[in-house]
Design a protein around this ligand. Sequence first.
Ligand code: IPE
Ligand code: MG
Length: 243
Amino acid sequence: MEYQTNEEGFIPRHIGIVLDGNGRWAQARGLPRSAGHKVGIQKIHQITEDCIDLGVQVLTLYVFSTENWSRPRDEVNYLMFLAEDYAIHELSELQRNNVRLQLMGRRDGLPVEVLNALDKAISATQTNTSLILNLALNYGGRAEIVDAFKAILTEHAQDIQNDVNVNVDESLIAHYLYCPNCPDIDLLIRPGGEWRLSNFMLWRTTHAVFWSTPVLWPDFRREHLQEAIKIYSKQRMDQNDDS
Ligand code: IPE
Ligand code: MG
């Protein structure tokens, strides 16, 4: 994947967003937290189109973490319902926008209805080329690395048994991450005002520019995305070392 540029500078190839602030957005309006989650999921449509317009090639949205299972059961169930509903009802729009949907996270633990709906949308969109949209669902950055190591051990079991040297290097590990066809994250955006990584994409954020904004995710708009891209582009142009 090549970097795109526009008149303002560099466009990140891969943007990650930690969706945060749904609950506060709802509470500020006297609504239940679920109302914030609903609007939060609806927002995915617009941000996807904005990313395509701006020349971003991969968008990874942190929708539900391995830690989020500890939330109240009703909230977890509702978030799972929203993920399923998204995959079912957004499919025609994903096709229209030529978006390839992928699941990033552990399948184990996700309800079968959610997996079925996602699998259907993932397979229907697998040849689409305008944008890869990763839904990080039941995702944990450490879990991803643990799963990569497990897969390496399984696939190289014979070699290990026979004392054949397995050349473990960065490219081997990257090959076993959840999205081996994705480049590293260039720009990591966190709405909701916190400055934490929250176990998101530990391997792929090594060189990412991190941008946090107090804007809550349901209020996040194209202008905020453009502001973040501007900061990314400036940092990239100013960068005078190799970090
Ligand atoms: C993010 O919004 C949504 C998920 C993690 C699923 P929050 O639910 O964390 O909203 P706040 O942080 O309580 O406002
Ligand atoms: Mg939160």
